[in-house]
Design a protein around this ligand. Structure first.
Ligand SMILES: Cc1ncc(COP(=O)(O)O)c(C=O)c1O
Ligand SMILES: N[C@@H](CCCC[NH3+])C(=O)O
Length: 450
């Protein structure tokens, strides 16, 4: 059968090409009796009529539920939502209302958080190369913690806090030397990369002593983030153990129990049937146990733990809605071109990421065929969904929905080929509202002052 020639081994021909697998879709998504996909009671056809395509569509109650699941599972910890996954003022308000803290990693993310009224004390500021202006702004805003990532930054922040007579709280980001099982571009705890101070190389230990001995900054503890889209929790466990060993060494050297420990984010989500994410409760139980065991073994006072999930909170809560423009049936597969592409989802090109898709505007009785959903950009690598079974009668005018696009799609979107970036529409209880409007050609031209 030609459809199988180039399909990956794991991809199975579906029994029902119209089925929506619950693990892939926001929880308030279902097909209506007319076969049209609905989200929180709003049909994708109505969304297209009102807001156009392409569009990111957020199931707001799904995102809120994910915030609460993390907050409840990690009830004895602080949960910082990693804003890099997707940030706008509405999202800041949602996560704050659901009791989460916020991790930002640039002046722009900080500005968004402050504009939305986020309590600065609940903001953590990340980044391996924060500018002096960004550091000044964070200190002046009263940001609760700054995660320092280099000796240069420690010196700059010491000067800034010293001038202001403020004892800024900091965490030191460390690289625990863990090889996380994920794409190499999104692994961050092995030695050979730009983030953090090495534990094995001793720079983390020396940085901690420097901050403690200088005394201008308040060292609250260490931060470790091993990477992103990780399913195997042994990486978190190994990282926690190594960081706590370091905490023990600091205690021996200076007699202080560092009161905080941030174990970062990176919890994987399901993009295809191949992904099997852990529930927040299981993650919390395992992480709690490893911290307790290690603290007991080393006779440390148990630090207050924090985590930083981004993808796991917003990723599964959103899908992208596209309209099909052209269909080409080739020998090896059918190419379905939609009205967006790598400018709204760079992850497929960048990380060879896999996604799923469905024809959302109707039910089809046709046979499943192997399809590739591609964009409208001038790149052959402009692929949104590499491999998926779509109905053989997929045609121009159909709406295609791609789930799992809440994280690192709108936030990494570009204007490649001068394609305006799509809006984000939040749907809740049958009502849809624009939380990020569609970019226009006027927006693009407004920057072009030549
Ligand atoms: C420091 C830090 N914290 C949290 C995150 C969030 O990761 P994820 O969205 O995979 O949970 C990242 C991104 O990988 C990060 O670099
Ligand atoms: N942007 C990446 C993850 C990196 C997260 C930040 N350290 C992704 O789409 O998977």
């Amino acid at each position: 059968m030609r459809a199988h020639i180039t399909s990956p081994e794991w991809l199975r021909t579906p029994d029902d090409v119209n089925a929506l697998l619950p693990q892939l879709w926001p929880r308030h998504v279902a097909r209506g009796t007319d076969g049209v996909v609905e989200i929180a009671g709003k049909s994708v056809a109505a969304l297209k009529d009102e807001f156009g395509t392409p569009a990111f569509v957020l199931d707001e109650d799904d995102m809120r539920a994910r915030c609460r699941e993390f907050r409840d599972a990690f009830h004895d910890a602080d949960v910082y939502y990693a804003g890099k996954a997707f940030l706008c003022k509405a999202v800041v308000k949602i996560i704050a209302e659901e009791g989460l803290h916020l991790d930002v990693c640039s002046g722009g993310e900080l500005a968004t958080a402050l504009a939305a009224g986020m309590d600065p004390e609940k903001i953590g500021f990340h980044g391996n190369n924060k500018s002096v202006a960004e550091l000044q702004r964070a200190v002046d805003a009263g940001v609760g913690r700054i995660i320092v990532d280099s000796i240069h930054e420690i010196d700059r922040l010491t000067a800034i806090a010293g001038e202001r007579g403020i004892k800024q709280k900091v965490l030191i980001r460390v690289t625990p030397g863990v090889e996380a099982h994920t794409h190499e571009f999104i692994a961050t705890a092995h030695e050979d990369q730009k983030f953090g101070f090495s534990i094995a190389g001793g720079t983390a230990y020396r940085a901690a002593l420097k901050v403690l001995d200088e005394g201008t900054l308040e060292l609250r503890g260490f931060h470790s983030h091993i990477g992103s889209q990780i399913f195997d929790t042994s990486g978190f466990e190994l990282a926690a153990r190594r960081v706590l060993e370091l905490v023990g060494e600091i205690k021996q050297a200076r007699g202080v129990d560092l009161p905080e420990l941030d174990l970062g984010g990176g919890f994987g989500i399901a993009y295809t049937t191949q992904d099997d994410p852990s529930a927040p409760k299981d993650l919390a139980d395992r992480m709690r146990k490893i911290v307790e065991d290690e603290c007991e073994a080393q006779q440390l006072v148990k630090p207050h733990v924090s985590i930083e999930p981004g993808r796991a909170i917003v990723g599964p809560a959103m899908f992208t809605l596209y309209e099909v423009g052209t269909v080409k049936e080739l020998e090896m597969r059918t190419y379905v071109s939609v009205d967006g592409g790598m400018s709204d989802n760079i992850r497929t090109a960048l990380y060879d990421a896999s996604y799923s898709a469905t024809v959302a505007s109707r039910r089809s009785d046709s046979q499943p065929i192997l399809a590739r959903v591609v964009g409208k950009h001038c790149e052959s690598g402009d692929i949104v969904v590499k491999d998926e079974f779509l109905p053989a009668d997929v045609q121009p005018g159909d709406l295609v929905a791609v789930p799992g696009t809440g994280a690192y799609c709108r936030s990494m979107a570009s204007n490649y080929n001068h394609v305006p970036r799509p809006p984000v529409i939040a749907v809740r209880d049958g009502a849809a509202r624009v939380i990020v409007r569609r970019e226009t050609e006027a927006d693009l031209l407004a920057l072009d002052v030549g």
